[in-house]
Design a protein around this ligand. Sequence first.
Ligand code: FAD
Length: 317
Amino acid sequence: MERVIVVGAGVIGLSCAVRLLEAGCEVHVLARDLPDETTSAVSAAMWYPYRAAPPDRVRAWARRSFLDYVDIAAQHEEAGVRLRSGTELMRVDTGNPEWLADVLEYARLDDVPEPYVAGRRFRTPVADMGIYLPWLRHRLHELSGTLTRMALAQLPAPQDGVVVDTSGLGARLLAADATVRPLRGQVVVVEQFGLTEWSLDDSVPTYVVPREHTVVVGGTAEEDEWSVQPDAELSAGLLDRAHDLLLRTGAPAMADRLRRARIVAHRVGLRPERPSVRLDEEVVDGVRVVHCYGHGGSGMTLSWGCASDVVDLVVAG
Ligand SMILES: Cc1cc2nc3c(=O)[nH]c(=O)nc-3n(C[C@H](O)[C@H](O)[C@H](O)COP(=O)(O)OP(=O)(O)OC[C@H]3O[C@@H](n4cnc5c(N)ncnc54)[C@H](O)[C@@H]3O)c2cc1C
């Protein structure tokens, strides 16, 4: 049985750990931040490829993940994953991305309000990270994997076995990779007000994404910005933009409820952006290391596809 140390307990690390355990490996996860403290926990966690490359691999990882999320939603109600319909409005009509072929119930909108020029509706998986990450953690333990809090100054160097590096932004230190950079995202989490559909304007970006008990209102995409302190002015702007978006997607009652919804939290996450996702293997001082980091704005979207490729690399070696 292959012994694997996974570094990182975000959505990528936990998904890799679960798939490696299912493939018969012995798995130990080490992480500075526990799942609910990671960038992944801040994520709106809607399946939607955004700020991740290269296009051909992203397409394949996203498609694979979509199918796995559909299975999870059908078989594990307790996992907090739902297939949700929603509306996307666009200020510039860039045509249909290839991944639209993977979503459910796609329909182009012919009539969109100003300042938008195009729109579409589709159904896609949305994970409530407050439920989904604990579910993944539970799966890990159920399959006899372990999770230990540990801040590492370098990647572990076990005598045998493989190290899987899913450290996200931490790869700047652990893999000495300065091409991974923060893409700051701020959100406001409000209490659920009866919202079941998501709304998105990806040009700003602005989104309103329902979870089970809360709604995530976003967002921002600030390059090379390291502050994890929420900015009050930004939050106010997010709520205003979200309100306008709900009005324009034809949900005035929801827009009104958003105005009155109780704010639960202001949160910031630093997306691990890289010119392209790193998923490859190298040998460092005699230790096999499989890297899987740099998922930018698509960690949830790509998680299962990447985990599957990580298993292939680990097992093939
Ligand atoms: C506001 C916001 C909204 C988003 N919305 C979406 C969305 O709708 N859909 C989507 O697909 N994606 C979305 N994302 C992106 C997504 O959250 C990220 O791509 C994803 O979280 C990356 O996961 P990860 O596991 O690689 O990294 P992380 O979640 O950051 O986890 C990294 C792990 O590595 C550990 N680590 C790092 N350094 C060390 C070290 N030195 N020693 C030990 N452990 C270490 C950390 O402690 C942590 O456990 C969003 C992000 C933000 C911020």
